[in-house]
Design a protein around this ligand. Structure first.
Ligand code: 13P
Length: 276
């Protein structure tokens, strides 16, 4: 049984001075690819079901699918709900077997974010489920702008919520298709000075792999969420298949090659963050 909580993975990453990959799952092909990549690398991973994934596929399907892959893997795998915005969504994730939930109250005023996050911890902790919260706001490429996490807010949030992991905004931005060098090390250091919690950076695709590796070793960033980078490998695979077989219409024929393509992309992410 290799199913794990986020807390267990982050504790191990902290002890080992490295980080884990939180990989965005949209369907069976990528979930399988990530589990295979984790096994190949010999490194734990976090399989993440975000809002898009949950809109597309019922939790009653995603939960058992994630747990099946986690139980088959030879390495610890956490099954995580990403960017839930309500207590009910978190409860549903817990009921469907997820071992970790992110409650994202980052769009709310701080007091409301703290109260919502605290309410999720009160439900999740007795169930043995980890909780990630977010303070500050991580923006979206071409969408809403970021609001950097202030050390004062991070300190209060950490002290008053009881979360296992803290997602912060220090120059990271979701959905970037090119890497940027936007991480503000002074802002990160100021947050590290006021909390001992493991930190999470969303928008991992926009952070250069060398910077991710440095942050995992020299700072307390213990999880990087990566989605776009691997979806680009998915898209390239589909385009290549259709270019080779322009008349192809069979779903399996088109999607099967995406498993290897995403496995290779995930392997690069996982190995880069892992020890060694
Ligand atoms: P990217 O798609 O930018 O890598 O971000 C993923 C993410 O942060 C999911 O929570």
């Amino acid at each position: 049984m290799t199913i794990a909580t986020l807390r267990q993975l982050l504790d191990a990453a902290t002890a080992g001075h490295h980080a884990v990959a939180g990989l965005v799952v949209l369907g069976w092909e990528d979930a399988l690819a990530f589990a295979e990549a984790a096994d190949e690398a010999g490194q734990p991973i976090v399989l993440q079901a975000g809002p898009g994934s949950r809109r597309h596929t019922p939790l009653a399907v995603l939960g058992p699918m994630f747990r099946h892959l986690a139980e088959q893997a030879r390495v610890p795998v956490a099954c995580h709900i990403d960017h839930a915005t309500t207590l009910e969504e978190c409860r549903a994730g817990i009921d469907h077997g997820f071992t970790s939930v992110m409650i994202d109250g980052s769009a709310l005023p701080l007091d409301e974010n703290i109260a919502l996050t605290r309410s999720v911890v009160e439900v999740a902790a007795p169930a043995g489920v980890s909780v990630e919260g977010e303070v500050g706001f991580v923006g979206y490429a071409g969408g809403r702008a970021s609001a950097f996490t202030t050390p004062a807010d991070a300190a209060r949030f950490a002290a008053e919520t009881g979360v296992d992991a803290l997602a912060i905004s220090v120059g990271n931005v979701h959905l970037q298709t090119e890497t940027s060098d936007g991480i503000d090390l002074d802002a990160l250091g100021a947050i590290e000075a006021v909390t001992t919690l493991p930190l999470v950076l969303h928008g991992g695709s926009g952070i250069d792999p060398a910077v991710r590796r440095m942050l995992s070793r020299q700072h307390r960033v213990k999880k990087f969420n990566v989605g776009t980078e691997i979806r680009q490998a998915f898209g390239a695979s589909v385009r290549a298949t259709l270019a080779r077989h322009p008349h192809s219409f069979d779903r399996l024929e088109i999607l099967r090659p995406t498993i290897a393509a995403q496995r290779e992309a995930a392997l690069r992410v996982i190995r880069n963050l892992g020890p060694g």
